[in-house]
Design a binder for this molecule. Structure first.
Ligand code: IMP
Length: 186
């Protein structure tokens, strides 16, 4: 099955390809989609669906989208769906703001959430969600991954996602779990 991944994030695309081995996964750019999609949804699932629908209907090909983020208990679930835009800067600035907002807080529990949506050009929709739990460290550890990975100490792996090999992260990650649940429906 040929899928278009409705994401411009090269790290996510790499993870999606690794998890969905056996599927031909094209990036939106490779498939000829150049539009901007505004993430106006109020949940991960709404945003995943709106991205997948936009690409599936524009290209008339099955489109897969993911929307994901970090939810920190002591911050009432923030940054949540605003994870990518938390600081107004890039990943590095987002991590710095997270550490600042958590300074002095004892409760460091957090989880990543991921919603995935696969939309076919005939309107058929499949969706799934995944979560993974851990804590936010006070200092970054590791050089791999992206986003909040160097600060997220995984309960399953007993190391940060940035210290884990790609396959290790994908086996327990929110994205890995969501995509596995989706794959089971196909
Ligand atoms: P999205 O592109 O709107 O789904 O934004 C996702 C944002 O959440 C990313 O920019 C990261 O900041 C964060 N995020 C999602 N998944 C991960 C992950 O696997 N590791 C680290 N950060 C992540």
């Amino acid at each position: 099955m040929k899928l278009v991944a409705a994401t411009g994030n090269a790290h996510k695309l790499r993870e999606i390809r690794q998890i969905l081995q056996g599927y031909e996964v094209l990036s939106a750019a490779e498939a000829g989609f150049s539009g901007e999609i505004e993430e106006t949804g109020k949940s991960f699932l709404e945003n995943a669906l709106l991205k997948a629908r936009a690409v599936a209907y524009a290209l008339k090909l099955p489109a897969l989208a993911d929307d994901s983020g970090l939810s920190v208990d002591a911050l009432g679930g923030a940054p949540g769906i605003y994870s990518a835009r938390y600081s107004g800067g890039g990943d590095k600035e987002n991590r710095a703001l997270l550490l600042k907002n958590l300074s002095g807080k004892e409760d460091r529990r957090a989880h990543f959430c991921c919603a995935v949506a696969l939309v076919l050009p005939d309107g058929t929709e499949y969706t799934a969600e995944g979560r993974t739990f851990g804590t936010i460290l006070e200092k970054e550890r590791g050089n791999g991954g992206f986003g909040y990975d160097p600060l997220f100490f995984s309960e399953d792996l007993q190391k940060t996602f940035a210290e884990a090999a790609e396959e290790e992260k994908n086996a327990v990650s929110h994205r890995g779990r969501a995509l596995l649940a989706l794959k089971k429906q196909l």
